[in-house]
Design a binder for this molecule. Sequence first.
Ligand code: MRU
Length: 349
Amino acid sequence: MTVRAIEWVPGAGTDGRGVLRILDQTVLPASTTYLDLETVDALVAAIEVLAVRGAPALGVAGALGVVVALDEGRRVGWDAGRLDFEIDRVRNARPTAVNLAWGVDQVRGLMPQGREAVLRAALELAADDEAANRELSRQAADWLLARTGRDRLRILTHCNAGMLATSAWGTALGVVRELHARGAVEFVYADETRPLLQGARLTAWELAADGIPHAVQVDSAAASTILRGLVDCAVVGADRIAANGDVANKIGTLGVALACHEAGVPLLVAAPWSTVDLAMADGAGIEVEERAGDEVTTLAGVRTAPASSAGFNPAFDVTPARFVAAVATERGVIEPAAGQTPGDTAPPA
Ligand code: MRU
């Protein structure tokens, strides 16, 4: 299956200059609905509710978001100060995935060269993301097969790091897809990913569409599945990787990592290099987004906890490098648990 979670549609939009189109991930898999985002307000809202989500896709949203701001500013007559303010709103719409700010920063410096230069750079960034995902998937697949010594793998994954979370192909699910193409996937356990169910709604949708054998399990089953010897590896994405190899990813990843460590099962983190933040020395400095408590105290809009109970809703956690067997990027595979760090090993771009 190939779908584009985020793309630029040339010639569309109210002034015919093109439009940023996203697949609304809040309503998948029940409905396949596309949203055209023509204002900064609409883009920021889409990012906040996770209509567009996943670190690499947020990078693309950030870069194309600068074009959205330029086009809106031209329509309504923003001065340079207002334009900067609005671009910063996009940049800061979610704090944990470094890719969002990175995407904005990659292209906003081109604004003096004009809107077309910004658009060209944003589209190039999106294309580079797909190429990076495909390359890191090949490298990760090689590493996993060599490390486990198995021909067919039983894989656990957490959250959604598939084509929906990227410009195309996927990171963790890109690795699964690559292994599947090699006939090397036996089974995938997809953690449902409370509270917003990215695993149950999105990962399972992608796996089903590709005919990859899988089951959805509750997040709290993961540790037991791993310690019972039912998986050969865990493969997850990342929202930010610090210079020392600490990894921020969807809440619950840390529990998967601890169980893998205990069981001697490798945890592989798959992410494009754009997710590596060498300015962040270690995970302690990574801001973990805290979302509204009612995402936890309700289920499908129905209150499940007593009305007087608050919800605690950190959206991410940070896994220490010592529990990360491998980080696969398009630049190669490093082994943080064995002492290799992105900061030490970063080759030239
Ligand atoms: O809150 P989300 O759905 O944006 O969180 C997504 C994740 O944690 C993914 O694992 C991560 O962004 C990597 S996506 C390739």
